[in-house]
Design a binder for this molecule. Structure first.
Ligand code: FDA
Length: 309
């Protein structure tokens, strides 16, 4: 109940106005967001690299409505790639298709993404280009995002991959589709409010499909990213890879900035590749609301901060 309420609020302009105006909610957001500027994000990335963790940088923004905003997002994505190279960071890039114009015009969005991928390929040094991940948004975009990746690969852009959500009923088919392509997949549970027709209402099914898909991806050997903070699933991955002799270098764990830093460090110390997703920018409202929905205990703190204004 609380979870779906929070996810509805994440799309409400009125709630956004009230919540973002409260300075304390802004300071709460700082737990999950590396800062407003690229400089702050790069500094956070450097600190994580020094702790042995790799990074995926994400300039916050989604559902843009104008061509200018989408082009600005593509320009920013290229600026991030150039900064990663210039500063020698162990980092890649995550972008959202609706941030680059998917709601405006699919061909325009694809052209923006191609500009970003071309620059990533130019900047890449051995052993390969800088990888660019298309984050997965709500199920309204799943087919278009998967098809976008297929189309980009067909045109030689193999430095791109996307994310699949185990809460969606279609995911096992998408796992097969993208594995056949050879593209890397980030596996997550899914952060959006979805109808029962497309998603499992029962979390046990989401977890079951996560583990099944995870095993398929690990065996396929396409360097999957297991993005979760769920310790039972992480333990299942450890056991499965150990039993099958799958090397620690052939996949990575991914976690969100500000969430389970202890677990990030522990896995890194055990010799696993761990990447931290580092969002930055001032469009943090929907991102923060999705993080609250994942752990409603945080709402008590957050509500207190808004009421005190
Ligand atoms: P689950 O929700 O079961 O949580 C397991 C445990 O982790 C909880 O008991 C809790 O203690 C802890 N935890 C989880 N979230 C927390 C939080 N916000 N604060 C504090 N503790 C928390 N989704 C999507 O739809 N599209 C995408 O592109 C991405 N991308 C993405 C990248 C990366 C690197 C990660 C880690 C996650 C995503 N997600 C995502 C989000 C994902 O779908 C999911 O909502 C969250 O990861 C939470 O699910 P868990 O797998 O952690 O399990």
């Amino acid at each position: 109940m609380l979870k779906s309420g929070l996810l509805r609020l994440s799309e409400s302009p009125t709630a956004k106005r009230i919540i973002t105006r409260a300075p304390l909610s802004r300071s709460f957001a700082q737990r999950f967001v590396a800062g407003d500027t690229l400089r702050e994000a790069l500094d956070a990335a450097r600190a994580l690299n020094e702790a042995g963790l790799s990074v995926s940088l994400d300039f916050l923004g989604e559902s843009v409505a104008t061509r200018d905003e989408a082009e600005e997002a593509a320009r920013m994505a290229i600026e991030i790639l150039e900064a990663i190279t210039r500063e020698g960071l162990n980092a890649n890039l995550s972008i959202k298709p609706t941030q680059l114009g998917l709601d405006i015009d699919e061909a325009f969005c694809r052209a923006n993404i191609e500009r970003v991928l071309s620059r990533a390929a130019e900047l890449g040094s051995a052993p390969g280009e800088i990888f660019v991940r298309l984050d997965m948004e709500s199920s309204a975009y799943t087919e278009r995002t998967v098809a976008l990746v297929e189309g980009l690969w067909a045109d030689g852009f193999t430095n791109v991959g996307t994310v699949l959500q185990s809460m969606l009923r279609r995911t096992p088919e998408d796992v097969a589709r993208l594995t056949a392509l050879g593209s890397r997949i980030r596996l997550v549970k899914g952060a959006y409010q979805e109808p029962d027709t497309v998603a499992f209402p029962d979390k046990a099914d989401t977890d079951r499909v996560y583990v099944e898909s995870m095993k398929t991806l690990l065996e396929a050997g396409t360097y999957p990213a297991l993005a979760t903070h769920d310790e039972q699933i992480i333990d299942a991955a450890r056991r499965f890879t150990w039993e099958r002799g799958i090397s620690k270098d052939s996949f990575e764990f991914q976690m969100l900035y500000g969430v389970r830093r202890d677990l990030q460090t522990r896995l890194q110390e055990e010799g696993y590749n761990v990447r931290v997703y580092v969002p930055f920018g001032d469009s943090w409202y929907p991102y923060l609301m999705r993080r609250l929905a994942e752990r409603p205990a945080n709402v008590v703190f957050m509500a207190g901060s808004v009421m005190r204004e």
